[in-house]
Design a protein around this ligand. Structure first.
Ligand SMILES: [Zn+2]
Ligand SMILES: [Zn+2]
Length: 392
């Protein structure tokens, strides 16, 4: 856009009037943008508030949690009456109240296992407002896989860190992890059947001030990315509210970093939908693309059934192993211990090829690998796009 198109609007009729004086600000660009905010806690509330005030076009709000009274001290969008409500719903309502122009989508779920990778491809910026390393590592690997930047924020007491991670441009989040970080993350993965309550342990104390400071920087970085302005990937803005020191520091890239793996090529399948497309159909597409020997592969193990050795009962499960709870290892018939039957590969011999991808516990907009020896292609269930991205 050139300078001539700069329009100064009526301050009495345009809530975005003042932004018109900022030389690089393009309200139309902001209005057209979709931002995904992952985590609707202290940081998420503040980022969403800022995005709403700026008139962002659409926000996707992601969280798995519900509101308790202790959230109210740091969450500008929540009210006392929201106790027990899903954070995403209260946050979506709060955004709408602040600015009805903004279209919102509330996504309630576990970002580690329940969001299709393709969903991240179809937004303009990803803002991580997380409180744990596990989720940050997931987002980081997703971002690398689909080659999109993300903006991380972290707070503790009066301190904060803001970082833009951009695949291929400087260090990524995983590059910054120490052995101790891996140990903490490893504890959560050590049990094959997830004990979910452990995920919430290790809460750190935060304040509304550090949340608003860090979230303000995060929102500004998102705004820059949307406007194609320069950002500094792989660098951290370190904020110490006790000493009032703010400085940036650059992380070294780690050789052999496990996150540095991009899916290529990603093939969009506009006709494919998780709830309609079957394994047979997707395998046929993969074989057309690669060759007759191609197989489908999933990133994690899928539990096809649970078998009880005591009473011999076999129960079909078809759920990602990572999403199973510990109690599901117990046989409902005899209370014996059950074993999991696992798969991560579809060769065309399976008795359940008629199942849809959703029935294999794959989420909307999932990206599934087709492989023939060394040759790979990644198939996105692009047909889910319209039903998945439902804004109000
Ligand atoms: Zn890395
Ligand atoms: Zn049994």
């Amino acid at each position: 856009m050139s300078e001539e198109t700069l329009v100064i609007t009526d301050p009495n009729a345009d809530r975005y009037h003042t932004f018109g004086y900022i030389s690089w600000w393009r309200q139309e660009v902001v209005r057209q943008a979709t931002v995904m905010v992952i985590g609707a806690g202290a940081l998420g509330n503040e980022v969403l508030k800022n995005l709403a005030l700026m008139g962002i076009g659409r926000v996707v709000i992601c969280d798995f949690d519900t509101i308790e009274d202790s959230n109210l001290s740091r969450s500008v969008l929540f009210r006392a009456a929201d106790n027990g409500r899903r954070k995403v719903d209260a946050a979506a309502r709060g955004v709408k109240e602040l600015n009805p122009d903004v279209e919102v989508m509330a996504w309630h779920g576990d970002i580690n296992f329940e969001m299709g990778l393709g969903a991240f491809r179809h937004v303009d910026a990803i803002v991580g407002c997380l409180d744990n390393r596990e989720a940050r590592l997931s987002i980081n690997r997703f971002s690398w896989a689909i080659q999109r930047p993300w903006i991380d924020g972290a707070i503790q007491e009066l301190m904060g860190i803001v970082r833009v991670f951009w695949p291929g441009r400087g260090a990524c989040y995983e590059c910054t992890l120490t052995d101790q970080d891996y140990q903490i993350i490893g504890l959560r993965y050590s049990c094959p059947l997830l004990a979910r309550e452990n995920l919430l342990q290790g809460k750190v104390p935060t304040t509304p001030t550090s949340a608003s400071i860090v979230a303000a920087f995060q929102t500004q970085e998102a705004l820059k990315i949307i406007h194609n302005l320069e950002v500094q990937p792989g660098k951290a803005i370190m904020i110490n509210g006790l000493t009032n020191d703010i400085y940036t520091t650059e992380y070294p890239e780690k050789k052999g970093c496990l996150s540095h793996s991009a899916l290529s090529p990603i093939i969009e399948l506009p006709q494919a939908r998780s709830d309609k497309t079957t394994l047979t159909e997707l395998l046929a597409i993969a074989r057309e693309q690669l060759d007759d020997e191609a197989v489908l592969e999933f990133d994690g193990e899928i539990v096809t059934s649970m078998v009880c050795h005591s009473c011999g009962t076999e129960e079909p499960i078809f759920k990602k192993m990572a999403r199973l709870y510990e109690n599901e290892a117990t046989c409902p018939t005899c209370n014996g211990r059950r074993d999991m039957q696992l798969t991560h590969r579809i060769t065309g011999q399976e008795p359940y090829l008629g199942r849809t991808l959703a029935q294999m516990d794959l989420p909307p907009l999932a990206i599934i690998r087709g492989r023939n020896g060394k040759e790979r292609a990644y198939f996105e269930l692009t047909g889910d796009k319209e039903t998945f991205f439902k804004f109000v």
